[in-house]
Design a protein around this ligand. Sequence first.
Ligand SMILES: NC(=O)c1ccc[n+]([C@@H]2O[C@H](COP(=O)([O-])OP(=O)(O)OC[C@H]3O[C@@H](n4cnc5c(N)ncnc54)[C@H](O)[C@@H]3O)[C@@H](O)[C@H]2O)c1
Length: 303
Amino acid sequence: MGMLDGKVAIVTGAGHGIGRGHALELAKHGAKVVVNDLGVSVKGEGQGKDADLTVDIIKGRGGEAVANYENVADYEGAGRMVQQAVDAFGKLDVLVNNAGIVRDSAIWNMSEGDFDAVINVHVKGTWAPCHWAARHWRERSAAGETFTGRVINTTSGAGLVGNFGQTNYATAKAGIAGMTQTLSLELAKLGVTVNCVGPAAATRITGTMPGAPAVIEPDEVPEDEWNRMDPAVSSPLVAWLASDESQLVTGQIIRAVAENIILMKGWADGPTINNKGKRWDAAKLGQQLATDVFFTRAPGLRY
Ligand SMILES: NC(=O)c1ccc[n+]([C@@H]2O[C@H](COP(=O)([O-])OP(=O)(O)OC[C@H]3O[C@@H](n4cnc5c(N)ncnc54)[C@H](O)[C@@H]3O)[C@@H](O)[C@H]2O)c1
């Protein structure tokens, strides 16, 4: 018995890298997988049938998978992708939003097109599949069915703590973390959990950075070998989040970096000052913020 026997999953951007790792892992545990990939370059150019590469591996290992070549940021295309899961395997249980591109540069060199393209693939390319999956789950719920739906989104250290040269990507990945938290509230009553994973691996995306390690694909790393940059390092976490065991975990942002699985603790109230019902005075505010909020020396003092 596999922990995902009977489950139907979509993994977006699963032709390469981390997505391929997730698709292979979900299939290993018994899920039937719709392998989505538009087959683009790391910058989002071109188009191809790269999804076939992963489907062939899954089938070669005795699993069930079908290829999907839609652009996840295309509203209707995302709808067709969810429908394909229903047509091929009868339903959708698990949606893993992983597809992504990068177009890095410092903000003064970044073109409007590079900003828009990255926001589109990551943010709309996460929202649109979620939208269609949510409609599918609402219909099943309205028909009286009980089930355990799963959304697993993909964020990044850049979106959670920032990274030079990635204002487009970091904005998109922070947006996905925020979308995850709100969607977890919206889907809770349906029994659907929504979480977000932050991976790290030697993929085509990291391969664009100076001094990056050589790109590896997950099937190139033998099952019994540990490689801290393996694109599949975060895949066991994704498989567990996809399983029924994780029912009580939702709205969480979890990084899986080499040996570590890290629960991220984000925005939380910090030091607070209270104006006791009066308007703040900008001329006096700096001193109060310095001493009672930032716990530093009062402004005006020489450092
Ligand atoms: N590599 C890392 O260290 C790292 C770290 C944090 C987050 N991530 C995220 O992990 C995800 C996977 O990236 P990767 O590193 O495996 O890169 P990758 O380039 O190997 O894989 C990304 C895949 O997404 C596909 N894709 C791109 N745009 C698409 C679209 N519009 N529709 C459908 N498919 C599309 C590409 O064809 C490609 O196969 C991305 O969301 C990325 O931002 C990666």
